[in-house]
Design a protein around this ligand. Structure first.
Ligand code: WQD
Length: 364
């Protein structure tokens, strides 16, 4: 019997049953923020693994044209509980991948309440709706920002939550909320701590927001400006900030693996604590190294502009990724060059026009 609605879980052989159902598209995941940069890749990864998706997105930063034609897009705000419950019921949602959130550490320093409202309030609404609609699985997007300034070169999942900006703090609170809901309501959760996400899985899927190092550097070079290096006096090998960059398609793939794992969990009160995974490459790359790659890929040879440190920036954050490799059998496949090349290809199409042979910048 192909009954996959909520509250109709079988008790035996769940792995193979759910795997079989997913392969014929009968397991449905609600992806909040599914029209966003990361969300669009996650939706494709879930579909590619045989799952059905429905998206809730308010299109504040998402783009409707990124949504595959066979995926319903519900235009709405995640704070709207009745809307979420209706989507969960109408689409027989089996689990939620929650991505809709604000993600800029810098912006969060200036407007922390916005981050608490959107990230903490948003997740509270999603979890409350899940409880009301009887949905028992969530893959939660978290961030390496929860670690603050890690005390080890490679930070593992057992390191303390010690965010140094409100963005990271809201993600830490979200993780704790998921943990408490696992115990109280039987919600099975997997928490993914993203490191620095970059690249594109297709020309139309690039990051249209210009907030992170690689998009900012691409914008600078296409404007004929020197890309900025925020801080050159960090205690790192070349003095610039070190991060762990991960290709967005590698990251997206993890969501399908996490979904498959959660589908095999039998729902019930007193669920064990969420599984928590770092999602990175486990390799530190400095800002100056990223900018050297941008020069190599784009051919724009503008020297970096050394600038002051940005508020709330840790010197170095690189993930220990052994746990996710061990438990989910996952390992990143794309390197920094592939991230910058795919971001650049997408950037050229999205942000520039080409009269004749000469590319000219157009305002993002
Ligand atoms: C990277 C490095 C900057 C711009 C990101 C996400 C956050 C979270 C963690 C997922 C830093 C430097 C930047 C520029 C620069 N990921 N920089 N010149 O702050 O590490 O946070 O990863 O949840 O959501 O935003 O990313 O790309 O802003 O900065 O020198 O023009 O590049 O100081 O060292 P960050 P970022």
């Amino acid at each position: 019997m192909l009954a996959v609605g909520r509250g109709r879980w079988g008790t035996v052989d769940r792995d193979s049953t759910q795997g079989a159902l997913a392969s014929i598209g009968l397991v449905t995941w609600l992806v909040t923020g599914g029209a966003g940069y990361i969300g669009a890749h996650v939706v494709r990864a879930l579909q590619g693994s045989g799952r059905t998706c429905v998206i809730v997105d308010d299109l504040s930063t998402g783009v409707a044209s990124r949504v595959p034609v066979d995926v319903p897009l519900v235009l709405g705000d995640i704070h709207d509980g009745p809307m979420l419950q209706a989507v969960m019921r109408d689409h027989h949602v089996d689990g939620v991948v929650h991505l809709a959130a604000k993600k800029s550490p810098t912006e969060s320093m200036a407007d922390p309440l916005l981050y608490y409202r959107e990230n903490v309030g948003g997740l509270e609404s999603v979890l409350s709706s899940m409880v009301r609609a009887g949905v028992t699985r969530i893959v939660l997007s978290s961030s390496s920002s929860v670690y603050g300034v890690p005390s080890s070169e490679l930070v593992d999942e057992d390191a303390p939550l010690a965010a140094i900006n409100p963005y990271g703090m809201t993600k830490a609170v979200c993780e704790l909320m998921a943990r408490d809901c696992a115990a109280a309501y039987g919600i099975a959760a997997t928490i993914l701590r993203y490191f620095n996400v970059a690249g594109a899985g297709g020309i139309s899927l690039g990051d249209v927001g210009v907030f992170n190092l690689i998009p900012l550097a691409l914008r600078a070079v296409t404007r004929g400006e020197r890309p900025a290096v925020f801080g050159t006096d960090f205690p790192t090998p070349d003095g610039s900030g070190v991060r762990d960059y991960i290709h967005v398609t590698d990251l997206a793939e993890v969501h399908a693996l996490a979904a498959a794992r959660l589908e095999s969990v039998i729902a019930g009160v007193g669920q064990r604590s969420p599984d928590v995974y770092n999602v990175g490459r486990g390799e530190g790359v400095s800002v100056l190294e990223v900018l050297a790659m941008v020069r190599s890929v784009t051919g724009h040879d503008l020297p970096p502009l050394r600038s002051a440190r940005r508020a709330g920036d840790p010197p170095s954050v690189v993930g220990d990724t052994s746990k996710i490799t061990r438990e989910l059998g996952w390992q990143a496949r794309h390197d920094l060059r592939q991230m910058v090349e795919s971001a650049w290809e997408s950037w050229r199409v999205t942000h520039m026009k080409a009269p004749g042979s000469e590319l000219t910048p157009s305002d993002p």
